[in-house]
Each structure stands twice: as structure tokens, then as C-alpha cells.
Design a protein around this ligand. Structure first.
Ligand SMILES: Cc1cc2nc3c(=O)[nH]c(=O)nc-3n(C[C@H](O)[C@H](O)[C@H](O)COP(=O)(O)OP(=O)(O)OC[C@H]3O[C@@H](n4cnc5c(N)ncnc54)[C@H](O)[C@@H]3O)c2cc1C
Length: 510
């Protein structure tokens, strides 16, 4: 369309009449003009994530200095009579499929809230009688929460393996790790939230107050509101951790032992339990003593896959009963490879923050900001043997995907609150399977194809897996993902974000 000067003046007048800041591609709230940025640097950061696969550009990025700024941004769009813009909260952008992006909309750089708060957005409260908790800004990193609580001798109880994600980002998914079998996911350890809904209202919610919003937001993939505060359960922190890895060449025994160990209760129970696969003689052996590595390498060569259980047992430095407790706990394992039990003794902080040294090493080698074609699944217990045969031994091993980091560990369904949005298999015990590949920029499709093959194998063999942190190609696939939860999920969307403004990068309603 040819634009003459009269048309331009007309549009400028319309803008100045209150539709928004005239210099933006879309109308935006004028009162936020100094906090909204559209320079190349801001746009680039908001169109990149840990996946390095998807890149879509927003029109602008909001750097909020208060929760009110987020309210203003969302209510302006909600009340807009013309086309509203979408809004994506971006935590630390550790998603892998563009979930924190907003094509043509506005990305909210949540970390910016913290920069203006001088540490005041982590408040630790409670006492021994009523229990301890922390009121934490949704933008806070779990590592910062851990450091803050440890100063009081306290700690959250449930974690992810990696602590440089935000509280809002992980609570939008679930937050799982080796503590989940015992304490539930992170979302099971939240008492209250403050949320800015898709209508721009700031609402406090809990199981007693606005429960639909509370349960919707937890595991809700950012669809119902922006979490600006979460009340996280704390308990007295232990000081050290006995950290074990126990090796197996037989999948059935490996998983049987995992299940026996998570069934232990009381003082002999593991505080943390995961599992991994070793398939490559040159990968992932750093934990093991150098003198033992040749033996492990020859086992990998002999069996193709070595599985290991990873156990963490917390203790106080002064507690000399921990070795006895470990001994009792290990009575529950049947037959690992003789001599193949390895132990480290580390501080509680170093244990929980164990992925960070790997991150620093990868960053130094320029291998952190590379594509991450990840696949995470929940696999029902009844089909894990089929999964091992079809996925680990067939798709991975035969096609030489041996350097992949693969996690496999069990958890209990009853530690999850089914009223929340997170989706899990319909069995009492299910396993988390993580295929955490890094690739080059020119070959991530190879890994993506392998992941699709895994999904196809599960679908064609009736293995009812659920994706975790996943992405789906169509609304129909999302409906299948949510299954019996879809109607509630959709109703909550109509209720709390009726204009479908929030977290469009999940591609559920947008
Ligand atoms: C190295 C690594 C290890 C990991 N390990 C684990 C693990 O062990 N267990 C596990 O469960 N996950 C793990 N993850 C995944 C991680 O928990 C999720 O990707 C999480 O979303 C990252 O948080 P973030 O702050 O980077 O969120 P982002 O990627 O920024 O956002 C994720 C989604 O949440 C929305 N969102 C962000 N902040 C808010 C908010 N305040 N309110 C509402 N919605 C919001 C976004 O719009 C987006 O849709 C890992 C990721 C990495 C990179």
C-alpha cells in the first residue's frame, strides 16, 4: 500500500490519542516506554534459548522493575480493542523448543525484576512449630534460593538437576530430580503463589484461595499467568552427602534395584535416586576413580550398555550413623557388578549444584551454546523392559547414539497432585527418561529424527509415554497429551487468559 504523508499523520495522531507508544510496531503501554526495548541485542536475547533450534522475534522486550509493570503490560493488551499482543515470561530461557518466546509479541525478561530488588525478593519465614518456607520471586534462580536458605541452615526439599533455572520456569513444568520419588516434584512443595493472570489481575492463590488458578499454574506451561511469587517449603538442611554410583549390566536387575531402593522408608531411605546409561568408553566417566576407569571401559565394550544407579544420602558432618544407614539401605539391592560401587563424599551445596562445573567446562570449550535436541519422557513401569529393548538397545545402540547423556529413574505417582496441570502416566510407578543430547548447528536434525523414532516406537507398540518439557506439532497432539485433563486445562485457559495472550511459544492455543 502506498503511504502518503496524510496517512502517516493520521496514524501518528491515532497513536498519540492513547493507543500506545507510537515508535513500536504494535501499540504498547506508553507508561512502560523506558522499560520496553526493541534494540537488536534485546530482541536477539529474547529469540534464543538453550535449545538453539527455534528462533522467533518479539516486537519488544519488557525489562520490568516491579510486578506492576507486568500487570500494566498484560492488562493493556487484554483491554486492547484492536489486536492484542502476546506475552511470554522468559525466565532463564533454558527451554529447548522456544517455549519462552513470543513471535511479534512481548517477552518479559523476568530476571530484570531481581536487578532492582537488592535481594529483597527472597524472604525466609516460619519456625519449627509451623514449618519453614521462603517467599521467592518467580524470577529467582534456584541456586540463589539455595544459597539464601543455607545461610539460615534451611533448604528446599525438591529440586531439578540443574539450579540455574528460575522458580517460575520450573514450576511451570514440574521440576523433577532424584528427590522426586520421595518428596514429589517441585510443584508438590509450593504452598502459595502470586500470579498476574492473562487479564492483568494480580491474584494470590493456594489450595484454599483461588485453587483453580493455583492448580492450573503449577505445571501449567505458563498458560494461566505469570508467577511473580512462590511460597516454597523448606526444611533444616543437611551438611554433606554420600554420593554413590552402582553399576549393572542387566536392565531388569538395575530397575528392580532402583524400585527396591525408592521403596525404603525411614532413616535408611535414599534422599536422592536417579540412574543413567554408559554406552561410550570416552564419555561421562569423570565421577569414577581414574584407577577404576579401565575396568568400566572394558565393561562398556563387553556389554554395550552399562546402567548405573545414582544415590544420594544426606547427613550432618557430625553424624556417624550414616555409614550404617547406607549399609542397611544397600541390603535392598540384589546384584550389581561385583566391585562396581563407587562413592564420593561432598558438601550438600556441591551435590545439589553438581551440574554447574560441567556447565563451566562446556562454556570454556564453547560447547554450551550449541543446539540441544532434547527429549524427555515419562514411561509407565509396566513397559520399561520393552522400552529398554526397543529404545536403548535398538534405536540408540544400533544406530550408534552412544555419546548421548541418557537418564532413567523411577518415581511414584502418589507424590504428584493430580489436580495440578502437569501430566504423568496412569501407573503407580513411572520412569523419567531423558535423552539430553548436544549437537552441532548442522546436525541437530539427526538427533531430532532419532527422538521422533523413539516416539514412533512407543506409539506403535502401545507404550503410553508422556512427554515432559515437550513440544507438540498440533493442537490435537496437545489434546492427546493432556488426555482426561484437557477439558479442565482448556476451561482454565478461558477463565484466566481468555484472549490467549500468555506463553504462546508453547503452541497450545496459539
Ligand atoms: C542443563 C539443564 C538441566 C535441566 N535439568 C532439569 C531437571 O533435572 N529437571 C527438570 O524438571 N527440568 C530440568 N531442566 C529443564 C528446566 O527445568 C526447564 O527448561 C525450565 O523451564 C527452565 O527454567 P527457565 O527459568 O529457564 O524457564 P524458561 O525457559 O525461561 O521458560 C519456560 C516456560 O515457562 C514460562 N515461564 C517462565 N517464567 C515464568 C513465570 N515466572 N511464570 C509463568 N510462566 C513462566 C515461559 O513462558 C516458558 O513457557 C533442565 C534444563 C537445562 C538447560
Amino acid at each position: 500500500m502506498a503511504v502518503n504523508s496524510q496517512t502517516l499523520i493520521f496514524f501518528m495522531l491515532i497513536s498519540m490519542a492513547g493507543c500506545g507508544v507510537s515508535s513500536w510496531a504494535i501499540p504498547l503501554p506508553p507508561e512502560l516506554s523506558d522499560k520496553l526495548h526493541s534494540d537488536a541485542e534485546a530482541i536477539k536475547a529474547a529469540s534464543t534459548d538453550y535449545g538453539h533450534i527455534i528462533s522467533v522475534k518479539p516486537s519488544a522486550v519488557l525489562f520490568p522493575s516491579s510486578v506492576d509493570d507486568i500487570k500494566t503490560l498484560i492488562s493493556f493488551s487484554f483491554r486492547s480493542n484492536s489486536t492484542p499482543y502476546t506475552v511470554a515470561a522468559k525466565g532463564n530461557a533454558h527451554s529447548v523448543w522456544g517455549q519462552a518466546m513470543a513471535a511479534g509479541g512481548v517477552v518479559v525478561d523476568m530476571l530484570s525484576l531481581n536487578k532492582n530488588a537488592n535481594g529483597s525478593r527472597i524472604v525466609i519465614c516460619g519456625d519449627e512449630g509451623s514449618g519453614f518456607y521462603a517467599d521467592v520471586g518467580g524470577e529467582q534462580l534456584w541456586i540463589d534460593l539455595l544459597n539464601a536458605t543455607l545461610k539460615h541452615g534451611l533448604s528446599p526439599v525438591s529440586w531439578t538437576d540443574y539450579l540455574y533455572a528460575t522458580v517460575g520456569g520450573t514450576l511451570s513444568n514440574a521440576g523433577i530430580s532424584g528427590q522426586t520419588h520421595r518428596r514429589g516434584p517441585e510443584i508438590s512443595n509450593v504452598e502459595e503463589l502470586d500470579v498476574v493472570t492473562g487479564k492483568g489481575d494480580l491474584v494470590t492463590c493456594s489450595p484454599q484461595q483461588n485453587p483453580d488458578l493455583f492448580y492450573g499454574v503449577l505445571g501449567g506451561l505458563g498458560q494461566f499467568g505469570v508467577i511473580t511469587r512462590a511460597r516454597i517449603v523448606l526444611e533444616p538442611a543437611k551438611k554433606r552427602v554420600k554420593w554413590l554410583r552402582i553399576l549393572y549390566n542387566d536392565f531388569a536387575v538395575f530397575t528392580k534395584d532402583q524400585e527396591s531402593l525408592i521403596a525404603v522408608t525411614g532413616k535408611n531411605a535414599p534422599d536422592y535416586l536417579e540412574g543413567q546409561l554408559l554406552m561410550d568408553p570416552n564419555t561421562n566417566l569423570e565421577f569414577f576413580p581414574p584407577a577404576d576407569r579401565p575396568k568400566i571401559i572394558s565393561l562398556i565394550k563387553q556389554y554395550g550398555i552399562i546402567y548405573f544407579i545414582e544415590v544420594g544420602k544426606y547427613y550432618d558432618g557430625s553424624n556417624n550413623t550414616v555409614d550404617e544407614e547406607l549399609k542397611q539401605m544397600l541390603k535392598n539391592v540384589i546384584s550389581f557388578i561385583p566391585g562396581c560401587i563407587f562413592m564420593a563424599d561432598v558438601t550438600y551445596l556441591d551435590f545439589l549444584n553438581r551440574v554447574h562445573p560441567d556447565e563451566l567446562a562446556l562454556r570454556e570449550k564453547g560447547l554450551w551454546d550449541v543446539p540441544h535436541p532434547w527429549l524427555n519422557l515419562f514411561v509407565p513401569k509396566s513397559r520399561i523392559i520393552d522400552f529398554d529393548n526397543g529404545v536403548f538397545k535398538d534405536i540408540l545402540l544400533k544406530n550408534n547414539f552412544t555419546t548421548s547423556l541418557v537418564l532413567f529413574y523411577p518415581m511414584f505417582r502418589d507424590k504428584w497432585d493430580l489436580r495440578m496441570s502437569a501430566v504423568i502416566p496412569d501407573e503407580d510407578v513411572f520412569y523419567a527418561a531423558g535423552f539430553l543430547d548436544s549437537s552441532r548447528f548442522d546436525n541437530w536434525e539427526v538427533y531430532d529424527k532419532k527422538n521422533k523414532e523413539i516416539l514412533l516406537f512407543c506409539a506403535s507398540n502401545g507404550i503410553k509415554v508422556k512427554q515432559y518439557l515437550g513440544h507438540h506439532g498440533s493442537k490435537q497432539e496437545w489434546i492427546e497429551h493432556f488426555g482426561s485433563k484437557w477439558n479442565t486445562f482448556q476451561q482454565r485457559k478461558f477463565q484466566f487468559d481468555p484472549k490467549f495472550l500468555l506463553s504462546p511459544g508453547q503452541k497450545i492455543f496459539n
